[in-house]
Design a protein around this ligand. Sequence first.
Ligand SMILES: [Zn+2]
Length: 326
Amino acid sequence: MAETTGTTTAIPTKTTGTATAATATTATITTEPTATTAATTTTTGLLVGSHLSTAGGWDALIKRSHEEGGSAFAFFPRSPYGKQSKALDPAQAGEFGARLKAEHCGPLVVHAPYVYNLASKEETKRTFAIEALAEDIELLTPIREVGQEAYINIHPGAHVGQGAETGCRLISEGLNRVLERASGVMVLLETMAGKGTECGRSFEELAAIIDGVENKEHIGVTFDTCHVLDAGYDLVNDYDGVKRQLDDIIGLDKVKAIHVNDSQFGLGSHKDRHANIGEGHLGIPFFTRLVNDPDMARLPMILETKELTPDTHREEIALLRSLVQR
Ligand SMILES: [Zn+2]
């Protein structure tokens, strides 16, 4: 997975011809709970929080979110290596969702473990990813059933030398199998930096994956700010242009969440090294733009930045809120 791509160009790689197909995939979703609307009445309205540890279970997640002053958050539904979580009792998921809903928490953006590879060469690995993702959806379904919006974010997969086109096709096929088993929460495909053989490094690749999924209303996208810059989209100097491409190729209505990270490396570097907010190549002017863009500021924003001190995320949440201009 660590091989280099050999390309450092700032132009995103276009591997499929399906750019126009994406516009046809934007099925209208009208059945979502109203948690987002309700949450906009709290503090500055920004739905922001960090990726939290599940140690201690559902209650501990809520406690940690309160401590950081968050209004949305993420967590891993199982261990990074894919073992089922002992901390998260499925029987209490609905109760957890009801508490979040009562607090007007923003949509959860649960993060699937990194080990899932729907584009693997090996069928056993693909099958593992399909089964585990379906189980994660089942774990989260009671949360959504009580009216608390929840998504499961995944790194689409790495084609490990098979080529991006084959990788994207395998991912679509895998998602079709996942959604046949479980479709209680929407799967969000993360925009990737293009490190190694990652699929989803361009808006076109994500559109191609979505195009191959039958049940399109259960597929969305997470916009990772670090990865998008890393992939070669100039968010600093051409924010509007990047947004236009996103809308043309994927559709803004498919974007359901933001991973809000600065980047240690510059445009098109394909490194995937997150920096703390304002400490990287995106910088404060970019984040000011982001939190004041009505299309983006309505989405849950999840920090995946390093906790330099126990206060880092609390401070970064406050910083992002302070950038909102009234
Ligand atoms: Zn991310």
